[in-house]
Design a binder for this molecule. Structure first.
Ligand code: MN
Length: 202
């Protein structure tokens, strides 16, 4: 069965001015849709057709670059929409304690997310992730993902230019500052931490 484009969990203008409705409409309706369509075309009639998305990503990694790119980008974007909220949400007590342990404070985590995102060369993703009870910031390049890794990804920031260029032009730090300070969905990160298993695309 073909995968469906997951709806945005908020109206397209809900992240404005950090991310405009125009950017979000293109990013979700064109970019995410295109990755999904190419993945669906690649798996149709194959052994992959009825697998969960993360199994497709894992199977394609290292063996089928086109399918890997499109399946990983499908998962990454579904996860990214939930990593933001119209108003920033608070971490659970458990997540807050782990943030303090790993980064010293929530403000330090935010600064490090912004610094790592700004410093990431070219296209990719910046993650807050958990492994063995410890939090860390991870970076992946291009389509690469933590979906099939031994990390539990808690939230992600898209640092491809298409995520911010219409609103912030080349100023990636301006996009990261607006999202990290005002739109970060630490409630979603808390749910992922509490579940203890990797988020499922659906
Ligand atoms: Mn993107």
């Amino acid at each position: 069965m073909a995968f469906q484009l997951t709806p945005l969990p908020y109206p397209a203008d809900a992240l404005d001015p950090a991310i405009s409705a125009e950017t979000l409409s293109f990013h979700h309706g064109k970019h995410h849709q295109a990755y999904l369509d190419k993945m669906n075309a690649a798996i149709e009639g194959t052994d992959h057709a009825n697998k969960p998305l993360r199994d497709i990503i894992a199977a394609a990694r290292g063996s089928n670059q086109g399918l890997f790119n499109n399946s990983a980008q499908t998962w990454n974007h579904g996860f990214y929409w939930h990593s933001m909220a119209p108003s920033a949400t608070a971490p659970s007590d458990d997540l807050k304690a782990k943030i303090d342990d790993a980064f010293g404070s929530l403000d330090n985590l935010k600064q490090q997310l912004k610094d790592r995102g700004a410093g990431h060369f070219a296209s990719g993703w910046v993650w807050l992730a958990e492994k063995g009870g410890k939090l860390s910031i991870e970076e992946t390049h291009d389509a690469d993902t933590l979906a099939d890794s031994d990390f539990n990804p808690l939230l992600v920031l898209d640092v491809w230019e298409h995520a911010y260029y219409l609103d912030h032009q080349n100023k990636r730090p301006s996009y990261l500052d607006a999202v990290v300070e005002n739109k970060l969905n630490l409630g979603f990160a808390s749910e992922n931490l509490a579940r203890g298993t990797v988020w499922n695309y659906a």
